[in-house]
Design a protein around this ligand. Sequence first.
Ligand code: ZN
Length: 80
Amino acid sequence: MDVHPLVRKIAASDTTNSATHYHIFWSNESLDWKPFPTKEEATILADQIKKPDEGFTVVERDGQCERCKIFKSASKNGAA
Ligand SMILES: [Zn+2]
């Protein structure tokens, strides 16, 4: 079966995008840009970089993650 290169490209990026990952959601309501593969890693890093009076929640995201979409499209600019 012949697959159009664009279809292959979409399918490939879907594979990486659909992976469940985690973000740190800070108590000031900002969502950290960095995706973590596990909740543990996000929690450990957040504990290390948070300010003493700052709280956070680790939130789960999937391939439809708005945060990663924004970050990826921004970093892709000029790198075509
Ligand atoms: Zn994400």
